[in-house]
Design a protein around this ligand. Structure first.
Ligand code: LLP
Length: 463
């Protein structure tokens, strides 16, 4: 995941600190549109604005740290996916990236479906009015209670992940007098080029049923015999933060190969395939993600070519982007608390959040960008590490980035592209309170997930 080191930046040229950094950008005040949401810019005073509101006002009104989400940007991205895939395909937003009731309503309005993977996500989706038939229920170990709730609610599909689950869902559905539509999740044996913890299609991991050794075919064989199930398709998700389409291509070919084997053995053409999510976004200016229309074109062509070759009717395709929709829509707004230069190394900039609001840097060695947002500065670039307030030296938000050398306590800085897997993976480590999510649009800001309070923490601590 790391970029090449470059010797520019440290204050003593003879010592080159280890890190991910590349050369400082030509203009530290510029905001690269690749990593910032659509409506982000600077006003005449140099203060960053989003949705027509400046970050100083947001900080005053809502405090820091806070996730600031550009609703217009979310809707534009959701719509772009929907439009790119058209009416012959379905887009399921992956709720694990970030889910709240407001988000569910936006998705509903923009015509997207929703992928949930726990009872909590299901409850959020239903409570915000997402029609159950537009929900897909995922997970490698759904509890009996979760399965029952999903079946009773009438979710559109349950994605089955193991032999045990095939039987469990079938029995439950049957006992409720229902026939549940299901897909079977397979692992296609693709090595996605991403961090080990977020790659999911190689065989040595917990998700799905391997195509290898005929296991997936056996799973389909069993599922087809059970009255409580209606097998509607095959599911494959190869991993996350992927830029290279070749993994999807191999996955699609292998899934179509299975559809052909199923047709040959059972005389049944399954009507759907789901190719999962996983499309990468730009966290830094070095990343070059694909646009939804390119992805849609590539995936639909791959599937229809493979189906033509196998003389199969082209199934309905679905995809499950999470990060690619919500990731770029939000930034985390922090206040600088301390600035600590370490001679010959780098400057440690401590902010009022940290690994509790963004675990991705510590967990995946993820890279982020950062900018001074409460003002512009003409000062020279300074190599910084943005760290949090937690009692752990791995508490790093941005490993290496350049900020202006006159950065001072009280400045506001923002880390873009934190819409996905930051609030949803946030913790209370050190009893730090999880930040709010503030949605902005057309000059209005509203809290869609409120900041945690100490009362919230103490309410769980029952003594
Ligand atoms: N579909 C399935 C079945 C998934 O497991 C996932 C993600 C997605 C769709 C959505 O993937 P996306 O388009 O968001 O990449 N916490 C990690 C990512 C874990 C992804 C888990 N599954 C991270 O922060 O990078």
């Amino acid at each position: 995941m790391s970029r090449s080191a470059h010797p520019a930046g440290p204050r003593h040229a003879d010592v080159v600190p280890e890190g991910h950094y590349s050369a400082p950008p030509a203009d530290l005040n510029a905001l690269d549109t690749k990593v910032w949401a659509h409506t982000v810019g600077r006003d005449a005073d140099g203060v960053v604005t989003v949705g027509g509101i400046d970050v100083k006002r947001l900080a005053e009104e809502f405090g820091t740290p806070a996730y600031i989400l550009d609703e217009e940007d979310f809707r534009i991205r959701a719509r772009a996916w929907r439009t790119a895939f058209g009416h012959d395909a379905d887009v399921f937003y992956a709720g694990k990236a970030f889910l709240s009731r407001a988000v569910v309503r936006w998705l509903h309005e923009e015509g997207l479906n929703l992928d949930v993977c726990s009872g909590g996500e299901l409850a959020t989706a239903l409570s915000a009015g997402m029609p159950a038939e537009r929900i897909a229920f995922h997970g490698n170990n759904k509890s009996a209670e979760e399965i029952e709730r999903a079946v009773r609610a009438g979710v559109g599909r349950i994605v089955l992940d193991s032999f045990q689950e095939i039987v469990r869902v079938a029995h439950l559905a049957q006992s409720l007098g229902k026939r549940q539509q299901v897909q079977i999740r397979v692992t296609v044996g693709v090595e996605a080029h991403t961090h080990e913890f977020i790659a999911t299609a190689h065989e040595d991991q917990k998700f799905g049923i391997p195509l290898a050794g005929g296991q997936a075919a056996e799973a389909v064989r069993r599922a087809l015999q059970l009255d409580g199930l209606e097998v509607i398709g095959i599911h494959s998700h190869i991993g996350s933060q992927i830029f290279d389409m070749s993994g999807f291509e191999v996955a699609a070919h292998r899934v179509v190969g299975l559809l052909k084997d199923i047709r040959d053995e059972h005389g049944v053409e399954l009507p759907e395939i789901d190719l999962g999510g996983g499309l990468g976004i730009a966290y830094t200016s070095d990343d070059d993600p694909r646009e939804p229309h390119e992805i849609a074109k590539a995936l639909t062509e791959i599937v229809s070519r493979a189906c033509d070759a196998a003389r199969l009717r082209t199934p309905r395709i679905s995809v499950e982007p999470g990060r690619a929709i919500v990731g770029p829509t939000a930034f985390t707004l922090y206040e600088v608390g301390t600035v600590k230069p370490l001679d010959g190394l780098r400057t440690y900039v401590s902010v009022d959040g940290g690994m509790s609001d963004n675990i991705r840097t510590a967990l995946y060695d993820a890279e982020y960008s950062v900018a001074l947002v409460s003002r512009t500065s003409g000062a020279a670039p300074m190599l910084c590490r943005v760290v949090g307030k937690h009692c752990e030296s791995g508490d790093i938000v941005v490993k290496d980035a350049f900020l202006p050398a006159d950065l001072a306590p009280g400045d506001l800085i923002a880390v873009p592209a934190t819409g996905a897997y930051c609030r949803s993976m946030a913790s209370n480590y050190n009893h730090v309170l999880r930040p709010p999510v503030v949605a902005v649009r057309d000059g209005e800001a509203r809290v869609i997930v409120r900041r945690e309070t100490e009362e919230d923490l103490l309410r769980l601590d029952v003594g």
